[in-house]
Design a protein around this ligand. Structure first.
Ligand code: NAP
Length: 251
């Protein structure tokens, strides 16, 4: 990949889709910031796996739904690698409560984890990447969900609406920073086999549903999402901007 290695920060990279993106990024030559919230061991296992393959990564604990923690996380990334080329706003949580059970906390927590986090991390990334602010440009990739257009699984109104916000945020941010050397896109995964489905009965139940609900007849893997993220991060997608790409097996 040339002399100067690029740096990618992946939020929520201790498990699932984020962990696969981090591993594939390192294999593709990136130095990787591996953010996590609570899964310290899993995050350090990702960093270790990258190091064992000859790559460079750093584990960054931070609750990305909190601006102060996001600011500190970016400062730690600066200290470790000195620059940022790609931000993947991947961290997210599912919701499983009906609208008639909403209170001031459950709905706010979902939007903070899925939406506010994306604003906070994008702010810090833009301040480093924007050619109007002395940066060299970069790429931002947001993790949406097909829930944004299907309405989500039962009890998933807050999740679905939060992901619809990600779709629209992606279009708007693309307009805001496209002229400043920053490409912005989102990925809309369908049913992907990760622990996120523990909230709805687990991976097996989800895979059973996928057999009939997904035109390809199966759930997807985190690696299949990671492949698209790495393509979006690369110059191979240099004219892809301000759009949302479904990775959902036709669903
Ligand atoms: P996952 O296996 O549950 O992993 C979630 C990751 O996000 C973990 O690394 C978790 O950290 C981290 N995280 C959650 N809240 C955080 C916070 N406030 N601050 C920092 N990190 C936080 O989920 P996944 O299935 O890989 O999903 C990744 C993304 O894809 C999410 O945005 C999700 O909505 C989206 N997506 C997933 C699917 C699917 O079927 N799996 C479908 C559509 C969209 P800890 O390990 O420390 O808790």
């Amino acid at each position: 990949m040339g002399k100067a290695k690029k740096t990618m920060l992946v939020t929520g990279a201790s498990r699932g889709i984020g962990a696969e993106i981090a591993l594939l990024a390192a294999r593709s030559g990136y130095r990787v910031g591996v953010n996590y919230l609570r899964s310290e061991k899993a995050a350090h296992d990702v960093v270790k796996a990258i190091a064992e393959e000859g790559g460079e990564a750093v584990a960054l604990q931070a609750d990305v739904s909190r601006l102060d923690e996001v600011v500190t996380m970016f400062e730690r990334l600066d200290a470790a690698f000195g620059k940022l080329d790609v931000l993947v706003n991947n961290a997210g949580v599912l919701a499983n409560f009906r609208v008639d059970a909403v209170d001031e906390h459950n709905v706010a927590d979902v939007f903070a984890a899925n939406v506010f986090s994306t604003y906070y991390c994008s702010r810090e990334a833009i301040r480093r990447m924007s050619t109007m602010q002395g940066g060299k440009g970069g790429v931002i990739i947001n993790m949406s969900s097909v829930a944004s257009r299907l309405g989500g699984l039962g009890g998933g109104a807050a999740y679905a609406a939060s992901k619809a916000a990600i779709d629209t945020f992606t279009l708007a941010l693309g307009k805001e920073v496209g002229g400043e050397g920053i490409r912005v896109n989102a990925i809309r995964p369908g049913l992907i086999a990760t622990e996120i489905h523990d909230l709805h009965g687990g991976i097996e139940k989800m895979q059973q549903m996928a057999r009939t609900a997904v035109p390809l007849g199966r759930s997807g893997s985190a690696a299949e999402v990671a492949d698209v993220a790495l393509w979006l991060a690369s110059d191979a997608s240099s004219y892809v901007h301000g759009t949302v790409i479904d990775v959902a097996g036709g669903r």
